[in-house]
Design a protein. Structure first.
Length: 644
């Protein structure tokens, strides 16, 4: 099938020209904004020749063709009358997609995602503290008690992120809604001011010195103006989120009317004054009650008889992950930790993820296809560390039945977790790292649940969820479709070592924050978090692709390896700003020759990730594509090995 015919099939699968708002492309994907998602024939789209996968992301239907091919298909669909758009226009349009709930949850995710790393770190600290204070561990270490200063230090590690959570939320919300993040973080700190009663202390007994004597009293909210109950908002999310939205919009409105000469003085002053009043006396008290209501509803679900709540939630959680709105659970879990001192959702979420792990393992064990094995086992390992996207998008969803079997096993595992009353000390980490959250006397029950759920996901998929013969035929067809024609260097080597094209920290491909790369759909390889702003050739090669935007390059080496170097994630949206292209398609380069320069600060300022992927896109042509680098690497050091 030629590219013109493929383009016609793509348009037909998209629901016709009238269902397409605009089309654009990056180094690997055709990006389409559609009128009605339901009109897309997704099964047909994924079966079209040269299509390597398709999925919805950020409001776009993205069809993976791979480097080189996508340019040609794009030209053909445009020639057939599809409207085009710039990456920025598509990004703005994507933000409008979906109903109000989908847009709200997407925005909530944008706010919460930057905060997750400190929540994960705090969860690990909590687990380690719980482990070290177990009597058996203390006996093993030969200590009967710990130094008071040491315990205080560990409490600083475990409590700070949650005490300061409102400040982090307001800061991030200001950032997302276009306000000054520094004003946001100060507003958030006002919500947890030490001058206010600590939210976690309300109703408890405390003591104060009166006339030289300790007097006990019950901590109560402060009464402002005689009738408004005000407390600190330690650990709260929803009040801080609303304060951030209103505050950012108020600040932006002020900047439109305040003269530039007075902006530095007047805008921050009025923003902090007005929003501190609203935050402490109106928004805080009102939305504290809303947050309490959400916590009550969640606890009701989790306390349904016979573990029914766990059965329901465990069965649907990974479906919610696929829709991309799962970040809303961060707020709910934070509320559970604040209210109950533990998070029962964590165990159920772990069960849902573990079931997908088991399903992926079953596919890897049952298939005879070496390419699929090479994809499934690393994806399962990634899932074991709490990152299920490679397993879901790279394996289970591609073959559908494994995903469904994983959902069934996840429902049963969620029921088991709920029935046993499992609740973690914190949230943010699951499966293997998550064991540290169950040093509260539930470790063996947690491990039992994980093993049972993994076994269920594996068994159901192995017996009912995967037939290798069908997929081997599909994979063989896909391998043939991936080959890209052109004027390349004729392969003469059977084995080749590629050197690192960048200096920086090596990142495993499955840990890259983009399902197309992390799932292995584009091929095997490694990524680098760069410490320098220069990209070098990884081998003697011919440049097959050099994007005008300067963010992606294709090379073909003497062994026939087709290398994609993609600088950053979604950096195509920058339209070349911050990138300097030093080679052109058709050039012959030597190992170590400069290919491009880029401005990492501009990438970060655009809110994007500068992690750079180095992928062998024709992985299936080799028996081995092996990463040689780990930790920190300098350009020119051994990086990847390919062998036929």
């Amino acid at each position: 099938m030629d590219n013109s015919q493929i383009a016609k099939e793509v348009i037909k699968a998209l629901g016709g020209r009238e269902n397409v708002r605009s089309v654009a492309h990056c180094a690997t994907r055709l990006r389409v904004m559609v009128v009605d998602e339901n009109k897309i024939d997704k099964e047909k789209a994924e079966s079209i020749e040269k299509v390597q996968g398709a999925f919805f992301n950020s409001g776009q239907y993205q069809i993976i063709f791979g480097t080189g091919t996508v340019n040609k298909i794009y030209d053909e669909v445009v020639a057939l009358g599809l409207p085009t758009a710039s990456k920025d226009e598509q990004k703005a349009e994507a933000a409008k997609q979906g109903n109000w709930f989908q847009r709200a949850v997407r925005t909530f995710g944008d706010v919460f995602v930057p905060i997750i790393p400190v929540i994960v770190a705090t969860g690990l600290f909590m687990g380690l503290r719980g482990l070290l204070t177990q009597p058996a561990v203390m006996n093993l270490l030969g200590v009967s008690s710990y130094n008071a200063d040491f315990l205080t230090y560990t409490q600083i590690l475990t409590d700070t992120a949650f005490i300061a959570l409102p400040a982090l939320v307001v800061w991030s919300t200001f950032r997302v809604f276009g306000g000054n993040p520094v004003i946001g973080i100060v507003l958030g700190l006002m919500m947890i001011s030490g001058s206010l009663p600590n939210a976690w202390s309300i109703g408890s007994e405390a003591a104060k010195i009166v006339d030289g004597e300790a007097v006990k009293y019950i901590v109560e909210p402060m009464k402002f103006f005689g009738f408004i109950d005000v407390v600190g908002h330690q650990g709260s999310v929803i009040p801080a989120f609303v304060v951030g939205i209103v505050g950012a919009k108020f600040e932006k409105a002020l900047r439109k009317v305040v003269p530039d000469v007075l902006d530095l003085l007047v805008t921050p002053f009025l923003t902090l004054l007005v929003m501190s009043i609203l935050g402490l006396f109106v928004i805080g008290p009102v939305f504290h009650q809303v947050e309490t209501g959400v916590e009550i509803a969640t606890n009701w679900l989790l306390t349904l008889p016979l573990g029914l709540g766990g059965l329901i939630f465990g069965g649907v959680h990974q479906v919610i992950v696929v829709t991309g709105v799962h970040h809303i659970f961060n707020a709910i879990e934070a509320g559970l930790v604040k209210a109950n001192g533990a998070d029962a959702l964590n165990a159920i979420i772990t069960a849902a993820m573990t079931a997908q792990l088991g399903a992926t393992l079953a596919v890897g064990v049952k298939t005879k296809n070496p390419k699929l094995k090479a994809l499934a086992f690393p994806a399962a390992l990634s899932a074991g560390l709490g990152i299920t996207e490679p397993a879901i998008f790279g394996v289970n969803l591609r073959y559908r039945k494994p995903f469904v079997m994983g959902l069934v096993a996840g429902a049963i595992g969620g029921w088991l977790a709920n029935f046993m009353g499992l609740a973690g000390l914190n949230y943010g980490i699951t499966i293997i790292p998550g064991t540290l959250l169950y040093t509260n006397g539930q470790l063996f029950q947690y491990i039992f649940m994980v093993l049972v759920t993994t076994a269920l996901g594996f068994a159901l998929t192995y017996m009912f969820g995967y037939e290798d013969e069908q997929k081997e035929e599909a994979e063989t067809a896909r391998t043939l479709e991936e080959a890209e024609t052109g004027q390349f260097i004729a392969p003469t080597l059977t084995e080749e070592v590629l050197v690192s094209p960048l200096s920086g920290k090596v990142v495993k491909l499955e840990n890259v924050d983009d399902p197309v790369f992390s799932s292995g759909a584009m091929g095997n390889g490694l990524a680098v978090k760069p410490s320098e702003n220069v990209v070098y050739a990884p081998a003697d090669a011919e440049v097959t692709i050099a994007f005008e935007t300067g963010h992606a390059y294709g090379l073909k080496t003497a062994s026939g390896a087709e290398i994609l170097i993609h600088i950053g994630i979604d950096t195509v949206s920058m339209d070349g700003d911050g990138f300097e292209k030093l080679v052109a398609a058709g050039d012959t380069v030597k190992a170590g020759q400069e290919l491009a320069r880029f401005d990492a600060d501009k990438i970060k300022a655009a809110g994007l990730d500068d992690t750079t992927m180095v992928i062998v896109t024709n992985t299936s042509d080799f028996t081995t594509v092996e990463g040689l680098a780990q930790g920190t690497v300098s350009h020119g050091q051994d990086f990847l090995k390919v062998e036929k």
